[in-house]
Write a protein that binds this ligand. Structure first.
Ligand code: URA
Length: 264
């Protein structure tokens, strides 16, 4: 065992952070893919999780103890703030009170679906920074029946809103009046405004994916901790890539289980 002064072995920390088994983590270090405070790290390196900055392939790894990451399926009628002056239920009322967490981005009160909450300020900053453009996917049930090809094209190519033209979006119509919309901007009420702009106001809006995360098994109002592998996939998504692993929780993760990221 290491004393607090000596720090923690890097491979142990990487394994704990969801990078894979200790053997896999040793391989990453031996392969020169791991840096500590910007410098390549060698095997046997010890680090201080509170103060050292660890990255794999240039993507920061959340190693600070005490970080928690929750995935909530927000029901309609719940507001995305820490406290609501009007006394409505908030998303933080639905997750454990300690440690205190904040929502990552926001969903409208009348929007349902997946919302991250965490006390990981650095990851929050990277996930919400427009430069990184993490994808968000929505199912929108819209008024006005089937969208015509020209309306779908407008949504895909960019719609003029009062705060500018929207970036290209992926839009499919799996059923008449039901849209699957993937955007990477985070403007206020963006999906609702886009749909209204093409003459099909949203009747119901559900977010079904945040970056690499989906979870069709999570019931409305329920939350769960992210697995360490999911946190890592978010970190990679926030660094630029945005892998969509397809349906299902934790699909496509290798080398890591579904252990929660709460402190040990
Ligand atoms: N777009 C919207 O219009 N509302 C949301 O809550 C999220 C995206």
């Amino acid at each position: 065992m290491s004393s607090a002064d000596e720090g923690v072995r890097l491979q142990k920390l990487l394994a704990r952070a969801g990078l894979g088994s200790r053997r896999v983590s040793e391989g990453l270090i031996a392969g020169g893919r791991v840096t500590v405070n910007g410098q390549p790290a060698g095997l046997g390196r010890r680090v201080h999780p509170d103060s050292d900055r660890v990255a794999v392939d240039g993507v920061p790894v959340s190693v600070r103890p005490g970080l928690v990451h929750y995935l909530l399926n927000k029901p309609a009628g719940v507001v995305t703030t820490a406290s609501d002056p009007e006394g409505r239920p908030t998303v933080v009322d639905l997750v454990p009170a300690e440690p205190r967490v904040h929502p990552v981005g926001r969903l409208d009160a009348d929007t349902e679906g997946l919302l991250l909450l965490t006390n990981d300020g650095e990851l929050t900053h990277r996930l919400t920074h427009p430069r990184f453009g993490v994808e968000k996917e929505y199912l929108a049930h819209v008024d006005g029946g089937t969208l015509r090809p020209a309306e779908l094209r407008r949504l895909r190519e960019g719609v003029a809103l009062d705060d500018g033209i929207t970036a290209p979006a992926r839009v499919a119509q799996p059923q008449p009046g039901m849209l699957r919309i993937t955007i990477h901007e985070g403007r206020n009420r963006q999906v609702r405004r886009m749909c209204s702009a093409v003459g099909h106001p949203v009747l119901r809006l559900v977010r079904v994916r945040v970056g690499p995360l989906r979870d069709p098994t999570l019931a409305p109002g329920r939350w769960r901790p992210l697995t360490t592998a999911e946190v890592r996939r978010l970190e990679v998504a926030a660094a630029g890539a945005d892998p969509d692993p397809g349906p299902g929780p934790a699909a496509g993760t290798a080398g890591a289980g579904r252990s929660p990221t709460s402190p040990e």
